[in-house]
Design a protein around this ligand. Structure first.
Ligand SMILES: [Zn+2]
Ligand SMILES: [Zn+2]
Length: 354
């Protein structure tokens, strides 16, 4: 085997690394570089990390500390098969020490390096939290109902939908997806929202679940960087009649099945399908709700009528026989008592018979 003489130290070796022997090469080779001190800014309220000139949600403090070290740790570009091991140690809530160990292969030689750094944490308020606490809002969502006040249940559900979608949009990176204020009123709820786009999404979710519709109207509130600055009011109108409601409309008794831009239902008298619009239904009379259906005894079945016990007076009354009817005398069937009479229901029509 041929020996080569290192031109730097004069030692004999098998091969040269660049122009010198292995020892001379690795004497000056720096696998890693890490500053002794790192400064990171995190939000004391939400824990966001100020990173590449913007605030990001990364995780808990330890995740932020490790991310800061990973981002700063310089590894020589000749290194292959790099393995990095970081060990954080909390010294105080504001200071972490992190030891970095790196294994890599450089010019077919395994190399190991270690370094340690101190991460100093500065706690401030991020853009979002300072806006949130300052009552900042881009949009107002006004939740109302047509021809009535929203129920407590509807108001609660709207607030849950808003909070849940803000959480998920924040996780996806929309840092303005927050509710800065909720004002409950007798006629509805007003939500003051940090983000206009997030607000539109909330309106879509609310109306697709609870029915109704929404409109938006911008108001000019000033100028910023030479551009008009708008605030948008979203008006959500929950439907006058909700799924489960039973209404009397043009002499027909209708069970409302869904209520959006179109209102769908079925006739309680003959089972026929019913389609209308909220505008058309203005003036219709709500006469009951499927939630108030009760079980009663079916006394007997005749050609076009059935005899049942009135659930309140226990008198036997004759009512119209529904189109598809397969119950037997003596069994219990669900009925709904309304000011316009008692209607026999099929078991599948009611949420749960009481
Ligand atoms: Zn040498
Ligand atoms: Zn924050």
């Amino acid at each position: 085997m041929n020996f080569i003489t290192c031109p730097r130290c004069g030692k004999e070796c098998y091969r040269l690394f660049g122009s010198v022997c292995k020892d001379c090469f690795f004497e000056t080779f720096k696998l890693i570089e890490l500053p002794h001190v790192l400064h990171v800014r995190i939000c004391s309220a939400c824990g966001a990390y100020f990173h590449r000139s913007r605030w990001e949600d990364i995780g808990n403090i330890e995740d932020v500390v490790l991310k800061a070290v990973e981002d700063t740790l310089f590894i020589h570009n000749e290194a292959g098969d790099v393995e990095v091991y970081l060990e954080p140690r909390e010294i105080t809530p504001y200071i972490y020490r992190v030891r970095a160990e790196v294994d890599a292969v450089v010019r077919e030689e395994p190399v190991h390096a270690e370094a340690e750094t101190e991460v100093r944490i500065q706690r401030t308020a991020c853009d979002m939290c300072s806006r949130e606490s300052g009552g900042y809002f881009e949009a107002i969502i006004q939740i109302r109902a047509a021809g009535r006040f929203p129920t407590e249940e509807e108001k609660k559900r709207c607030m849950v939908i808003a909070r849940e979608s803000m959480d998920s949009m924040r996780k996806k990176g929309d840092r303005l997806a927050f509710i800065s204020e909720i004002v409950e009123q007798k006629e509805g709820v007003d939500l003051y929202m940090g983000s206009m786009n997030a607000s539109r999404q909330v309106c879509r979710l609310i109306t697709s679940e609870l029915g109704g519709n929404f409109s938006e109207s911008p108001t000019l509130v000033g100028m910023k960087d030479g551009k008009n600055l708008y605030r948008v009011t979203f008006s959500v109108r929950l439907p006058e009649f909700r799924p489960g409601d039973v209404i009397r409309f043009r002499g027909k008794i209708i069970h409302i099945k869904s209520s959006g831009k179109k209102v769908n239902g079925t006739s309680l008298e003959d089972g026929s399908r019913f389609i209308s619009t909220p505008e058309e239904l203005k003036g219709a009379e709500k006469i009951g709700n499927m939630g108030n259906a009760v079980l009663t005894v079916l006394v007997s079945i005749e050609d076009n009528a059935i005899l049942v016990l009135d659930p309140e007076t226990y008198e036997t009354v004759a009512i119209k026989k529904p189109m598809s009817f397969n119950a037997e005398s003596g069994s219990e069937i669900p009925v709904l008592k309304t000011p316009y009479g008692i209607f026999a229901l099929s078991h599948s029509e009611i949420p749960q018979a009481k």
